[in-house]
Design a protein around this ligand. Sequence first.
Ligand code: SAM
Ligand code: DTB
Ligand code: SF4
Length: 331
Amino acid sequence: MSTTATISPALAEARAAALALLERPLLEIVFEAATVHRAHHDPSVVQCAQLLSIKTGGCPEDCGYCSQSAHHSTGLVKEKLLDTCDVVNSAKRALDAGADRFCMGAAWREVKSGEDFDRVLEMVSEVKGLGLEVCATLGMVDEAHARKLQDAGLDYYNHNLDTSREHYEAVISTRGYDDRLETLDSVRRAGLSVCSGGILGMGESVEDRAAFLAELASLDPAPESVPINVLVAVDGTPMEETEPLPWDDVVRVVAAARILMPKAAVRLSAGRREMSEEAQALAFLAGANSVFVGDALLTTPNPEPATDAALFKTLGLTPKANAAARAQTAG
Ligand code: SAM
Ligand code: DTB
Ligand code: SF4
């Protein structure tokens, strides 16, 4: 953590508590998190979200980790907003493959009124009509636009705090931490469920991780969904040479997130392809109960569906959609 920001006594206390958790012996924190997890969730069920990049590349923001920033030369081909029918077809395939949520991502700085936003509203209502939960991640949003998304049928809005307030400025210069918090507030006021998490392995300290978790857990109410991404080091970004994170650091953060936000869905998100099956198993034991499925994230690969199916079988995990269908047949 580079600078000391002015933070409230309550947040300082929350940071200290999160740090104490992260510093506990690994098996101790995993055991406690597993206990909390079992008190609030069915530990055999995994929520499965499928991502689609509906507008790729050329983003004016300079997020140091991102393949889609116009500030980096990653070789990514920039694309216009997809047609609604292509998005709906992709959502149908996700539904058939067993996903319960469809998440549409756009490389936008912020949501603005216009033809493109109207098309996104159409996408949301059509995907919702298929019987999927719908999530969108479109950059900063104000309450009026968030309400329109909610009216169209959106369930979740994803907007990540990414890291601690102090480390944020080492990662992104084109917007500030308070912009992120303001969007989360608009999303909440519009009646949408909040999906917010971050990225591990961007050169942050353990104190930064504690501050990031404390910030999320201090949102009132806490996010319903907390994606824990591990940096996918993309060639051409300022983070291309970043050393991979030790696996136990990921498990510790998942466990702390579970203890601090008992009711949330904690998603083991980007970076799962680089994690061993054993490390993923420990993360599921420590309370991860959500993943991205399908062979791609937004612009980078995800584990193959067959690989995930085999892992779930080994661990005795059931995708949420299958569990729901089973419960309906039984009832
Ligand atoms: N432009 C929107 C925004 O920034 O909110 C939405 C799309 S953005 C790609 C969504 C999230 O993906 C980011 O907040 C970040 O947490 C995650 N992400 C992007 N690139 C990543 C990478 N290389 N590794 C891990 N996570 C990444
Ligand atoms: C989130 O926390 N992770 C997802 C989703 N929200 C939008 C995105 C991960 C992106 C990984 C890099 C890529 O594929 O471009
Ligand atoms: Fe743009 Fe989002 Fe990538 Fe940042 S993370 S460059 S805002 S697409």
